[in-house]
Design a protein around this ligand. Structure first.
Ligand SMILES: *Cc1c(COP(=O)(O)O)cnc(C)c1O
Length: 418
């Protein structure tokens, strides 16, 4: 299946692509509000229909009736590892290398600290200055706490290779840029880092569930990422943490709570690290949220990741082409890479009036988001977005620009969350 080469693209072309779509049946597994075109799955994925029944079951039965027995009987205690093994399949890791726990930011702190202990004679961390800020904030907190000459060397995508020299302890980057959707070359950057003796940490927030990630093939050392974006785990669902087997028992994370202890129920006075991936855990986990997260993972595991990636590239390409065809006179400039191989599952444009334009679009049930100062962002989750959705989204946007709906005062007041 390929995109229509005829110009202009028509609505019928989009319907035809839908008919040929091998992933089309997944859409019915998700509860998408009637009439809504949801292009924000890169911020918060939609609810799997089965999540509701699972939530009721875990609250009513496992918590309500089972109570404390459920730690064993419902296998609550092993949920971080059980879900971790499922995530491992999605990101090219092996069993026993991933746990689902805590938030992305906290996990980043843990693995960055663990990596630095492996390179005690080096003080430089390479990071992307325009990354989603929490990664950088967490690293800044760690550097402040460590003192002792640690520093962050901020780079942008075009100078990352030159910044990796033998002062560098760790290269800590996000695989797909949260604003532009641009993909960093995981294989080449990891190889370069290793060639100078540095370790790598990859944030997969915008890749897991959208791209064919191959952590072990790329020889990555550590990774983190969230489950509430393309993996549809629910608001604030726990994140994941990957540590390559070769680092187990050596690169230890510093939040040494009892769940990371070698024998948690021995209640010993002193911390002894667990030997495997369990050491990445710190404490009691949000079981309700973990249980629901599993529903999203189980759906994703039924999909062929290569088909997901192919559809993702086609959806984003269709959107870019339709914007060029129908919306070119309204001041949108493409920020995302034109080459689909370099683009994640989202498309961003800069627009001087991006905020009110997005608000007006949301009022017409096309939900994307806005990232300051002038970035309008559209995420395309291949499991529930159709080619006709892309057509309809552009259609409604064209209408908003033609009628200047976005100039109305109600679209110019800012909420706390953009
Ligand atoms: C979404 C996202 C996060 C989220 O961090 P939380 O700890 O869950 O708030 C972190 N990093 C990146 C790059 C993200 O895109």
């Amino acid at each position: 299946m390929s995109l229509p080469t005829m110009n202009p693209i028509t609505h019928a072309d989009c319907e035809q692509l839908d008919q040929q779509d091998s992933l089309a049946s997944f859409r019915d597994m998700f509860a998408i509000p009637e009439g809504m075109i949801y292009l924000d799955g890169n911020s918060l994925g939609v609810r799997p229909k089965a999540a509701l029944a699972r939530a009721i079951e875990v609250v009513e039965q496992e918590w309500g009736t089972g109570l404390i027995k459920s730690w064993n009987e419902a296998d609550w205690f092993q949920l971080p590892q059980k879900l971790g093994d499922k995530v491992a399949k999605i990101i090219g890791a092996d069993e026993g290398e991933v746990v689902v726990t805590d938030s992305t930011g906290i996990n980043l702190y843990k693995v960055l600290a663990a990596a630095l202990t492996q390179r005690p004679d080096r003080k430089v961390i390479v990071m992307n200055g325009s990354n989603f800020p929490t990664d950088n904030y967490m690293a800044q907190g760690l550097v402040e706490q460590l003192g002792d000459g640690y520093e962050i060397r901020f780079i942008e995508q075009d100078n990352v290779m030159a910044a990796i020299d033998d002062d560098v302890a760790a290269v800590c980057l996000t695989h797909v840029h949260y604003k532009t959707g641009s993909i960093f070359d995981m294989a080449a950057i990891t190889a370069k880092a290793h060639s100078v003796g540095a370790l790598t940490i990859w944030d997969l927030c915008h890749s897991a569930g959208a791209l064919d990630v191959q952590l072990n093939e790329c020889n990555v050392d550590f990774a983190v990422g969230c489950t509430y974006k393309y993996l549809n785990g629910g608001p604030g669902s726990p994140a994941f943490i990957f540590s390559a087997k070769r680092h187990h028992g050596k690169a230890l994370q510093p939040l040494t709570g009892w769940w990371g202890h070698a024998d948690p129920f021995a209640f010993e006075r002193d911390y002894r690290p667990a030997s495997g991936i369990d050491q990445m855990l710190s404490g009691t986990q949000p079981i309700l949220s973990l249980a629901v997260t599993e529903v999203g993972l189980d759906i994703f595991l039924q999909a062929d990741i290569e088909q997901v990636r192919r559809k993702s590239k086609q959806l984003t390409q269709l959107f870019i082409d339709l914007m060029a065809q129908r919306c070119s006179e309204y001041g949108f400039s493409l920020v995302s890479p034109v080459d689909g191989d370099l683009r994640g599952s989202q498309v961003s444009f800069n627009h001087d009036d991006g905020y009110p334009v997005m608000q007006a679009l949301i009022s017409r049930d096309v939900v994307g988001d806005f990232r300051a100062p002038k970035n309008v962002r559209f995420g395309f989750t291949p499991l529930y977005i159709s080619y006709s959705d892309v057509w309809d989204a552009v259609d409604r946007l064209v209408n908003i620009m033609e009628t200047q709906l976005w100039k109305q005062p109600e679209f110019n007041q800012r909420g706390a969350v953009t």
